[in-house]
Design a protein around this ligand. Structure first.
Ligand SMILES: Cc1ncc(C[n+]2csc(CCOP(=O)(O)OP(=O)(O)O)c2C)c(N)n1
Ligand SMILES: [Mg+2]
Length: 435
């Protein structure tokens, strides 16, 4: 009997969408169903469990397991005689990027508590495999859209650490000249399109960027195969923009990958308590695009799924929704004492640290020695320390920068009748009601 959790992949229409290359089995093969490796490692109860016929068995059979897909690729791979998923160079690149993300974020925590940064700062510790797994496969021309947890996406995309750190310090040398701060990283050169503090706001921007690529290719006949990757959280999947953009992206077959970083929590709200159907990947097939669930603590699995999804987008075959099961190792922001999450749940995921897992893979498969990895760690420590020195020694922006790029000032809020910036008036902070 079909259950409400039977896979939408069973639909022939969807299978057609998954038809990738005639000579190759698709990675997102609906017939390769297997239990998710650890999905719902959350210690929270599924809130539907008492009122539906849903059983864990049904849930499991609905998930397309990337673990299976990875095995498939491994045994089919002819590129690597050793039958490994990555080369030594690729492995070291992934390791370096993940260590950079981790060390950078740990340094941010230190600098925040020393009063060098202001406002809210959201760190990415624990989620590195997602950023690295996707972004290291992109070209410079491809776009990335992030959330307020954006430092590591910026770093993976190639924005220099000193430029991100300076932005966090509010300095003129930051990637947004100090005006964006932690939640609004942006970098034109590397096509990092933000940094968005309002959850879900980046998804339409990403969809627009993907539309631009398609328009350039199909209407302007430009040689453009750029893709866009949009990252956002599980909590954000309950916002309307998510659904509107899935619809448009599928309708217009846009070159976009929607990457859900499902860390099981939206601030202090458990995903399982807040979402009528918490299986996010399944919402892709509902709109006519593949949906995939992958172990987001394993960079190699994320990378295999990312390859397929990016390849589809580049070939003009349309969008993919990827749900990466991951976990943040710190509180929601540096202002969060992180007292709500179950210590057992935290321990479960911290034992699956993605950096340690990659290290193990590299050493056990003789792709890298301890010394190779130590050298990378040393190099990254230096890069991050240099970034702090650079940021600390950089100038603050002039006050007049506050009013740059303001499109309209109809009531004279910024500039007084004397033509001077009001912010330069010593009484500026006394109140603006009269303006
Ligand atoms: C439109 C909007 N509503 C509410 C908020 C407050 N808010 C900030 S973070 C957050 C939770 C987001 O959780 P999730 O999408 O899972 O991302 P995570 O922080 O886990 O990476 C909420 C509701 C917001 N920033 N924007
Ligand atoms: Mg979340």
């Amino acid at each position: 009997m079909p259950t409400m959790y039977s896979s939408a992949f069973a639909s022939p229409k969807i299978v057609q969408h998954l038809n990738l290359r005639s000579n190759e089995k698709p990675l997102f093969d609906p017939s390769k169903s297997a239990p998710p490796t650890s999905f719902f490692g959350s210690t929270h109860e599924f809130c539907l469990s008492k009122t539906t016929t849903l059983s864990s068995q049904h849930r499991r059979s609905a998930v397309v397991a990337a673990a299976e897909a990875v095995k498939l690729r491994k045994s089919n791979s002819s590129a690597s005689p050793s039958n490994l998923l990555i080369t030594k160079e690729e492995g070291l690149e992934l390791y370096e990027d993940m260590v950079l993300g981790r060390v950078f974020e740990d340094m941010c925590a230190q600098m925040y508590y020393r009063g060098k940064m202001f406002g809210f700062v959201h760190l990415y510790n624990g989620q590195e495999a997602v950023s690295t797994g996707f972004i290291k496969l992109l070209k410079k021309e491809d776009s990335v859209v992030s959330t307020y947890r954006d430092h590591v996406h910026a770093l993976s995309k190639g924005v220099p650490a000193r430029s991100v750190m300076s932005e966090l310090f509010g300095k003129a040398t930051g990637c947004c000249r100090g005006q964006g701060g932690s939640m609004h990283m942006f970098d034109k050169e590397h096509n990092l399109l933000g940094g968005f503090a309002f959850i879900g706001e980046g998804i339409p921007v990403a969809t627009g960027a993907a539309f631009t690529s398609k328009y350039r290719r199909e209407v302007l006949n430009e040689n453009c195969d750029d893709v866009t990757v949009a990252f956002f959280g599980d909590g954000t999947c309950n916002n309307g923009q998510f659904y509107e953009c899935l619809n448009m992206a599928a309708l217009w077959k846009l070159p976009i990958i929607f990457v859900v970083e499902n860390n099981l929590w939206a601030i202090g709200m458990s995903h399982l308590r807040a979402t009528s159907d918490p299986v996010i990947w399944k919402k892709g097939p509902a709109f006519g695009m593949p949906g995939v669930h992958v172990d987001g603590m394993d960079v190699l699995k994320v990378r295999e799924v990312a390859k397929e999804a990016i390849g589809r987008a580049r070939r003009g075959e349309g969008p993919t929704l990827v749900e990466c099961e991951t976990y943040r190792f710190r509180g929601h922001s540096l202002a969060d004492p992180d007292e709500l999450r179950d210590p057992g749940e935290k321990a479960h995921y911290s034992s699956r640290d993605p950096i340690i897992a990659l290290k193990k893979y590299l050493t056990e498969n003789n792709l890298a020695s301890e010394a190779d990895l130590k050298a990378i760690e040393k190099k990254i420590d230096e890069v991050v320390e240099e970034a702090v020195e650079f940021a600390d020694g950089s100038p603050t922006p002039p006050r007049s920068q506050l009013l740059e790029n303001v499109f309209a000032d109809p009531k004279g809020f910024g500039i007084g009748p004397d033509g001077k910036y009001r912010c330069e008036d010593p009484k500026f902070t006394e109140g603006t009601a009269q303006v």
